[in-house]
Design a protein around this ligand. Sequence first.
Ligand code: LLP
Length: 435
Amino acid sequence: MWSSNVAIQGELSIAGITASDLAQEFATPAFIMDEVDFRARATAWDRALQSAFGQNAGTVYYAAKAFICTEVARWISDVGIGIDVCSGGELAVALAGGIDPGKIEFHGNNKSVDEIQRAVSIGVGTIVIDSLIEIERIGAAATKSGKVQRVLLRLTPGIQAHTHESIATAHEDVKFGFSIASGAAWKAIEEVRKHASIDLRGFHAHIGSQILDTDSFEISAERLIAFLAKYRDTFDSQLAELDLGGGYGIHYLPGDEELIPSVVMAALAITVSTNCARYNLEIPKISIEPGRAIVGPSMFTLYEVGTVKDVTLENGDNRRYISIDGGMSENIRPALYAAEYTAILANRTSIAPLLSSRLVGKHCETGDILIRDIALASDIAPGDLLATPATGAYGRSMASNYNHVPRPPVIAVNNGKARVIVRRESEADLLGLDI
Ligand code: LLP
């Protein structure tokens, strides 16, 4: 839940810097990022892939959509893994951070002609094809640049992953990929093979996000391998790569589970080798795309309490509303996916009795609820600091300017030093867009 350098003894601190010092220097709300923890998680996934698959290990592509900025792209480049981008903007950040284009994988169900041309001409390692129209676009862009573009086909293996419906992606009725069951995937193969400027390397599937059981990943791998066998049987040649996507779940609440890199990768390695043996296939290069599992636990959000209000409910009970200085603009996940978080008092300890409280933001909306029901010290007052762990994934990256609230900064902490890696948005930034 908390990153490895956070200590909660008395006041919360990270790598020796207290929450109060961070709030004083950088103000609140702020995303606080544990650089060492981020690097360690990226390395752990890379090692787990390497040790489970050995010479058949492909690449760990960090899913930039979870969170990216130029400095984090530099860390990715430093650690030596690849990156999955799904828009021209994410591509631009990856390049600004010095990531080798050959280690970039380009995703998206509606890449524009421009984005495709840019990706092809800078030499993006892999484009993951999502529609028939895109096959034509990539073929044309590669021909124009005089290149042969490596691609994977994104497939939907027909899996109902156990997660919120908005973040499940591999059942039949989704916008992503080509369905294996309906024959769409086979049609895409036939189309791709018509293009001399496209090099079909293999298949990709991403079954969803925040998945906590390994079974769904194993079933997906099984189905992709059966499809590899069909391809080999038909064309008498074997495709060399499989990308099994991301989606590995993390823990948000005390007592939650998370997927351990070495455990998931070992399970997948068994599935892959058993199924390849079954069809007499060579083991392809296996790649993965974790986003949340790398960046999620490495950040927490630091807030200041602004108001505390007691509301009498119709049944006579009391509900305490504690308002923090952010809300649904920098954490939309509770409102969008009913995601649950916890929070702690970060600037001091309290021996006051706990009181069931509702933690809310400052936005003009009833649904601006960060935590519906949490036991917090009854003496929490304006000026206190609260911290919510595990906000690194899809927090800052999905932040908005709702109510013209400027987006918070990201502060990286490493070895007792804190520095801004994404500065706080200002009102001038917001006004600067208006004509
Ligand atoms: N690969 C592909 C093709 C993806 O679409 C995604 C996430 C990932 C990898 C990374 O998944 P991760 O390892 O981070 O779970 N905004 C939602 C999550 C949307 C995920 C979209 N795709 C949330 O806040 O839960």
